[in-house]
Design a protein around this ligand. Structure first.
Ligand SMILES: Nc1ncnc2c1ncn2[C@@H]1O[C@H](COP(=O)(O)OP(=O)(O)OP(=O)(O)O)[C@@H](O)[C@H]1O
Ligand SMILES: [Mg+2]
Length: 238
């Protein structure tokens, strides 16, 4: 198995005035290609800090992090941006689409950044949007779509570069229950097709859609459980 993520004794220390705050403390985490992992924990536990490090949005203070075999520890901002564009597809709670661009242009953008030709970018973006059932909306602006449709555009944008990892931070947080379930089903389908998915959530009912649940508390991993298959649990039933 290819270990796409290896974190060894990773700590993150923030400076807050005269004091320092240890947001992550000695995190060891390995994720294989093709896994569907949820990272769960209460507010302030360190989930976003882990996600920012995995996603090369932030650097660690202590320890080692290897993304697809490459050590990330000492990279500068340009190197981080480059590896992030090539290796990670992001899905955020608030979609993070560019409202001035239509959805086709939104999905083309990461390919253009990678240096793909405009013609190929267009073809691949249309293909990704078709996969998400959005071929009828190519010229629409994000604000003309529903929340669920916007999140599907964001998923198309995340997969269009064929990244090593799809990193989803509370992807259902702004959606109603039914639409949230649709988004989770899309993530499951992408995982069945071989994509590595990391889902960040504070909600155990959402985490149960993954095949492995890593629980973070006070900057440390306190449990790590794998399941043979997806738990057949609906979202937000409580
Ligand atoms: N830039 C920063 N400077 C100082 N402290 C920070 C910074 N970012 C995060 N922290 C602290 O680190 C801890 C972990 O924060 P983090 O954002 O990772 O939590 P989280 O698990 O994502 O929480 P939530 O569910 O509320 O999003 C918190 O106590 C937070 O206050
Ligand atoms: Mg957070």
């Amino acid at each position: 198995m290819n270990k796409v993520i290896i974190m060894k004794s990773v700590s993150k220390v923030y400076a807050t005035g005269k004091n320092t705050y240890r947001a992550l403390n000695g995190v060891n985490l390995e994720i294989d290609t093709g896994e569907f992992v949820a990272i769960v924990g209460p507010s302030g536990a360190g989930k976003s800090t882990i996600m920012n490090i995995i996603g090369c949005l932030d650097t660690l203070s202590e320890g080692e992090y290897y993304l697809d075999g490459t050590s990330i520890g000492n990279m500068n901002d340009n190197q981080l941006a480059d590896i992030r564009n090539r290796k990670i597809g992001f899905i955020f709670q608030n979609y993070n689409l560019i409202n001035k661009l239509n959805i086709l242009e939104n999905v083309e953008l990461p390919l253009i950044y990678m240096g793909v030709s405009p013609k190929e970018a267009r073809e691949r973006a249309i293909e990704a949007l078709k996969k998400l059932g959005l071929e009828g909306h190519l010229k629409h602006k994000p604000t003309e779509l529903s929340g669920g449709q916007m999140q599907r555009v964001a998923i198309a944008r995340a997969i269009v570069t064929k990244p090593e990892i799809i990193l989803a931070d509370e992807p259902t947080g702004a959606l109603d229950t039914k639409t949230g379930e649709e988004v989770l089903n899309i993530l499951k389908q992408l995982n069945k097709e071989g994509n590595t998915i990391i889902l960040i959530t504070h909600d155990m009912n959402i985490a149960k859609n993954a095949k492995r649940i890593v629980t973070v508390r006070d900057g440390e991993i306190v449990s790590d459980s794998k399941f043979e298959k997806y738990e057949e649990v609906g979202v937000c039933e409580a």
